[in-house]
Design a binder for this molecule. Structure first.
Ligand code: M6R
Length: 608
């Protein structure tokens, strides 16, 4: 989704803005622009397509001199990704320039009102209403005017505003879209997220919804909608810029796949103390857990599929019914929820609009919220009653990998934690399963090491028009994520099916040479999945099986086999998914796809 960045200080702003925008590229965008103020003149430059086009147009920023500016990467919603629709947008009198991430839901009404008052609209965007509102309400005081204009906006926004009457100042505002302030010495910043700023400052202020910031080179004043100052804490970022760079890998996705053993270890290790599970500083009482009669897991995309995998661990260990719900559906489903429902929310970015809306809906109905989130200080992390960070480090590739595996690992810990608190597991079994969870990082490393031939398999399968992923039970949960990984980066039509469902319709699609990727790691149901392999093979399918090492029967059935180390079935998703991530990666590479930034996708989906 859109990314915004702002700077004011003593250095030239444009190179810093362009660099910040490059760091935000992973969020997904189709045009970019910057506005730089020098004395009382603002120069705007925008370009559709990649940031490289903007760099060329501005001679890497040299053509737009000045020490105060704002920048934007746009992911088109209202209007095509053209130069005109790209941000920043300027008011008719040239006084105000705005960048915006989010959606102004009442823009049609505002646009009609502003047109009737004589304002000229140059773009098709919802954002343009903001600059004209600023011009209309301007009373000589920028801060007051931004508050007034914002009070007319419905929807979501992270805004950056500059005004020729107040050189050296940027104003930032936040409502339901992520925004942080970077605090430097003699220079200050704002951005959609920390990655854009971490090479300049590690001192970060997280803005909350309804907050504004008046930023000059020497000062950051955060205030509310009445103009009153709010004292904010400055947080120190501990991770390094290298964590957000490729480190010798061809793509971020490959780097992040390889980082998974370390990421899962970082997720698990701090939570195991003296043979017990300590979930951060969370104190979930036994009394509360005893009163829960249902757990709902909600999320979007891969995070939802991590929830589908975690359901098996929680139900099998805690014996509490678990319902998995897509957040975009849950929010409008009039859900049956009360104070006996526990909602578990999963999100890498912590900013997914549908997930946030589902949380709010469930909270209003009395549910307690547990969030499993990667980005520290994100909206979802702050909304929840209990927050568990996945500590995966920054994930830049749009297709999540370590985000998913660390979410699954946390769910495994949560399942064990609740089971123990409720007395649904005896000590010996708890200890055995805790050992199994601690073995996951090594098992993930083994899954990476055991499969040097995946790039050759990719050469065989990359021309397929469609790929079917099948599995049962825990294997089915992995099939869901495997198919999503494949389709989002390779653009091959990939679908997942519960293997037992094939004969109820889908098997009609199986014909000669149709590749079927069969997940065969769940031993309890293996014979059944094998019958499904026989059925598709009888209709001409070519089967690539993912299974554990000693499974000779599969070897004789399948055309190709990928091995993974054997792990406890209910915890196996974090290991079993690894070769499917690699397969998707190499197939996409064979097909020449833009692996880290797949078309039409955004890393952080901050609009509905
Ligand atoms: O940041 P989140 O985990 O909330 O994002 C949820 C989905 O948008 C995300 O998992 C998406 O499906 C990824 N592209 C999958 O790789």
């Amino acid at each position: 989704m859109c990314g915004i960045v702002g700077y004011t200080g003593m250095q030239e702003a444009a190179p810093i803005l362009l660099d910040g925008l490059k760091k935000l590229e992973y969020r997904g965008y189709d045009s970019a622009g910057i506005a730089v103020m020098k004395d009382e003149v603002i120069c705007v430059s925008k370009a559709s397509g990649r940031i490289a086009n903007l760099c060329e147009k501005t001679e890497d920023g040299k053509a737009v001199p000045g020490c105060t500016g704002i920048g934007h990467t746009r992911w088109a919603t209202h209007g095509a990704p053209t130069d005109t629709n790209a941000h920043p947008h300027m008011s008719n009198d040239g006084k105000f320039v705005v960048v915006h991430n989010g959606i102004i839901e009442n823009y049609v009404t505002l646009r009609e009102e502003l047109i009737a008052k004589g304002y000229r609209f140059d773009s098709q965007t919802d954002t343009e209403v903001i600059v004209h509102l600023l011009e209309m309400y301007y009373d000589g005081n920028l801060k007051r005017t931004v508050i007034k204009a914002s009070s007319r906006l419905q929807g979501s926004y992270a805004l950056g505003v500059v005004c020729t009457d107040e050189p050296g100042k940027v104003i930032a505002a936040r409502e339901y879209s992520p925004l942080i302030i970077g605090v430097g010495i003699g220079e200050n910043y704002f951005a959609s997220d920390v990655t854009a700023l971490v090479s300049y400052t590690r001192n970060i202020i997280y803005l909350e919804d309804g907050e504004f910031a008046e930023i000059t080179k020497d000062d950051v004043n955060v205030f509310d909608g009445t103009g009153h100052t709010i004292n904010k804490k400055i947080n120190r970022i501990t991770w390094d810029i290298q964590a957000a760079e490729k480190g010798g890998y061809e793509h971020f996705m490959l780097k992040e796949i390889m980082e998974q053993p370390g990421a899962v270890k970082a997720t698990i290790t701090p939570r195991i103390k003296d043979g017990d599970i300590v979930l951060d500083d969370m104190d979930i009482s036994e009394e509360y857990l005893k009163g829960i009669n249902k757990i709902i897991i909600t999320a979007c995309g891969s995070a939802y599929y991590a929830g589908c995998a975690g359901k098996y661990a929680i139900e099998s260990l805690c014996r509490i019914p678990v319902q998995t719900e897509l957040a975009s559906e849950l929010r409008y489903s009039n859900p049956i929820i009360d104070e006996h429902t526990m909602l578990i929310v999963l999100s890498q970015s912590g900013e997914t609009a549908d997930t946030i809306a589902a949380m709010k809906e469930c909270k209003a109905r009395g549910a307690k919220l547990m969030a499993i989130v990667n980005v520290v200080g994100s909206t979802i992390a702050k909304l929840a009653d209990y927050t568990i960070y996945t500590w995966a480090g920054p994930e830049i590739a749009v297709a999540t990998t370590k985000g998913y595996t660390t979410q699954v690992a946390v769910l495994d810990l949560v399942a064990l934690y609740i089971a123990k608190k409720l007395g649904r597991i005896d000590e010996a079994e708890f200890n055995r399963l805790l050992d199994e969870v601690q073995r996951l990082p090594k098992a993930i490393q083994d899954a990476l090491d055991m499969n040097p031939n995946i790039s050759s398999l990719a050469k065989k399968y990359h021309k397929a028009k469609a790929l079917f992923f099948i599995g049962r039970n825990t294997d089915y949960a992995v099939a869901l994520e495997g198919a999503l990984k494949m389709k989002e980066i390779s653009y091959i039509h990939a679908e997942s099916y519960a293997a037992g469902e094939l004969k109820h319709g889908t098997i009609a699609l199986i014909e000669d040479h149709q590749p079927v990727i069969s997940l065969c790691c769940n031993k309890s149901i293996l014979e059944k999945t094998m019958s499904n392999i026989v059925e598709v093979k009888a209709r001409g399918a070519e089967v690539l099986a993912v299974t554990v090492k000693d499974n000779q029967k599969i070897v004789s059935l399948a055309d190709d086999v990928i091995y993974v180390p054997e792990t406890e079935t209910i915890f196996s998703a974090a290991v079993e998914i690894v070769p499917l991530q690699m397969l998707a990666y190499y197939v996409a590479k064979e097909n020449g796809c833009d692996i880290d930034k797949p078309k039409n996708l955004a890393k952080s989906v901050t609009v509905e």
